[in-house]
Design a protein around this ligand. Structure first.
Ligand code: PEP
Ligand code: MN
Length: 264
């Protein structure tokens, strides 16, 4: 991870710390839940509040997100805590609503990165905006799909771009929910050395007890940021209950991590 200049400028412009820390629930569930989490994350190393508004569930019949209502809650959370906000967008309508409610950063989910048509549709919808876009790796271990999604955003003039490594699905049973395959983000970074690289240990782990180790490995590899699912009552979360941690546990992890000095 050599050239950090662009990312540093981006961080400086947002007046954020290194590493960038994004935290918040897998899903926005209620206004009370989201505000409680946001307030518990305030005055910590967390700069950006995440929350899923539309949830891409693999199988139907599960909670699929609160929709537009959640964007109002995020606005309130931002007003009350000063945290920037980020959500997943999975189609042009999501982008339109995210722009309407002035969400700061949009991320592309793993199930979206696999689809060039939908990535292109989202790229067209953000053309001409100065939004920051974070592109998660595709669910499957396919570097070209990840690179292609990044290129589609560069091509429409988005230059505040970053990538999120959330692991890759496999049919084998492993200790991970999604295999990290550390070589793939390294290969991606070799193509685009200026792209900030963020680790999402929550979706790699699928459990709480290895989140710290994954974060430390990422920082040792000089990743630029972390996105960690954080919930006020993880066991009762409406999605991804097994992997979410409390704001208190997050603060402990953040204070125990050893951050390498970055060059430049
Ligand atoms: C999420 O961040 O909650 C999510 C659905 O992630 P992914 O796209 O990595 O599965
Ligand atoms: Mn999740």
């Amino acid at each position: 991870m050599k050239n950090k200049k662009e990312f540093r400028n981006w961080l400086d412009a947002l007046a954020l710390n290194h590493p960038l820390v994004i935290a918040g629930p897998c899903s926005a569930e209620t206004e009370e839940q989201l505000l409680e989490i946001a307030h518990q994350l305030k005055d910590s190393k967390v700069s950006i509040l995440r929350a899923g508004i539309w949830k891409p569930r693999s199988r139907p019949g599960n909670f699929e997100g609160v929709g537009e209502l959640g964007l109002k809650w995020l606005q309130t959370a931002k007003k009350e805590t000063g945290l920037l906000t980020t959500i997943e967008v999975a189609n042009a309508t999501h982008v339109e609503l995210a722009l309407k409610y002035d969400v700061d950063i949009l991320w592309i989910g793993a199930r979206t990165t696999v689809s060039p048509f939908i990535v292109q549709e989202i790229a067209e919808a953000v053309r001409g905006t100065d939004k920051t876009i974070l592109v998660k790796n595709p669910v499957n271990p396919d570097l070209a799909l990840w690179l292609g999604a990044v290129e589609r955003f560069y091509e429409v003039g988005i230059n505040k771009l970053g990538v999120i490594h959330r692991g890759f699905s496999t049919y084998e049973k492993t200790r991970y929910r999604n295999n990290p395959e550390w070589q793939i983000p390294i290969d991606l970074h070799n193509h685009f050395p200026d792209l900030p690289l963020i680790l999402d240990p929550s979706h790699i782990a699928g459990r709480r007890d290895i989140i710290f180790d994954l974060c430390q490995t990422a920082l040792d590899l000089n990743y630029d940021g972390l996105m960690i699912e954080t919930h006020n009552n993880p066991d009762k979360a409406w999605s991804d209950a097994d992997q979410q941690i409390t704001p208190l546990a997050l603060k402990e992890i953040l204070s125990d991590l050893k951050v390498r000095k970055t060059e430049g």
